[in-house]
Design a protein around this ligand. Structure first.
Ligand SMILES: Nc1ncnc2c1ncn2[C@@H]1O[C@H](COP(=O)(O)OP(=O)(O)O)[C@@H](O)[C@H]1O
Ligand SMILES: [Mg+2]
Length: 267
């Protein structure tokens, strides 16, 4: 495979004393409280936690889509003030422009940033995700897995130092999902962007990440983190190893505690 980017340590994310409070009709909802987080440039982290614990909120703070009500976030020491080209984002689904062809979708970011040859760049990235034959297709004619591949190509086409992914494979069947995880790791090993990957799937988090950050609920924050010391490159067979099982048991227990809290808030 052609090498499209040099390895670099760009994409260091630092969040300090982050709080996020939403004011609603039924009162204030403190979603994140006094959260500190640091992600090394080129690191792959997974944010794991039960539904509603604030994973998407934290990702949106990194993306500059939301502004924290307290604290600050920076990427490579630049404070995040709003949506910016340092981050590429992949959501669970429906993130492609339905009125644009696959090629136009991928070329859109580089074009908006005034980069040279957006179409050529888009072709390079579509080839990387194995979809060069589909450049004239409409997104709606593609399978869910193919649409997510286009989404990843689109997010990477601006060469962002940080790639933010919010349950990107959550709507895919198990088999497609496993293939996409494998492909994502191969892409990441070429780009070495920082990846922040949100999921509520424990195995997905362990398979992909250097570090799994387990979040807590009410209010959301970091419960603990687990360094995943599985060798890379990782093959899908790694999930059969004792070490993988050890991490799975450890993290399952941590998540279970948090999930029970949602059902029994007084405990
Ligand atoms: N714009 C908003 N206004 C009010 N509450 C919100 C808003 N966005 C998220 N929330 C609340 O914040 C909490 C965390 O949401 P979210 O970050 O989407 O969780 P997760 O991604 O972990 O499932 C939820 O209780 C949700 O209802
Ligand atoms: Mg979410």
């Amino acid at each position: 495979m052609k090498k499209v980017a040099d390895k670099s340590a760009r994409g260091r994310i630092v969040g300090r004393k982050l709080s996020m409070k939403f004011s609603t009709r039924s009162g204030d909802n403190i979603v994140l409280d006094d959260l500190d987080i640091e992600v090394r440039g080129g690191e792959f982290i997974a944010l794991l936690g039960p539904s509603g614990c604030g994973k998407s909120t934290l990702l949106n703070l990194f993306a500059g889509i939301l502004k924290p009500t307290g604290g600050s976030v920076s990427i490579d020491d630049k404070p995040i003030k709003g949506p910016n080209s340092d981050v590429g984002i992949v959501f669970q689904q429906h993130s492609l422009f339905p009125w644009m062809s696959v090629l136009e979708n991928v070329a859109f970011g580089p074009k908006m940033l005034g980069r040279a040859d957006p179409i050529g760049t888009a072709r390079t990235f579509l080839a990387l995700v194995g979809l060069d034959k589909f450049e004239t297709a409409w997104p709606s004619s593609l399978s869910g897995g193919m649409q997510q591949r286009v989404g990843i190509a689109r997010a990477l086409a601006t060469y962002p130092p940080v790639l933010l992914m919010d349950e990107p494979f959550g709507a895919l069947d198990a088999q497609t999902r496993s293939i996409m995880q494998d492909e994502l790791l191969k892409l990441w090993s070429q780009f070495n962007s920082t990846v922040v990957f949100v999921t509520h799937d424990i195995e997905e988090a362990i398979f992909l990440a250097d570090r799994v950050i387990v979040m807590k609920t009410m209010p959301g924050g970091i419960k603990t983190e687990v360094n995943i010391e599985l060798p890379r490159p990782r093959s899908p067979d790694v999930i059969k190893t004792d070490k993988f099982n050890f991490y799975r048991g450890q993290i399952l227990e941590l998540i279970r505690e948090e999930t029970l809290k949602v059902f029994n808030p007084s405990k």
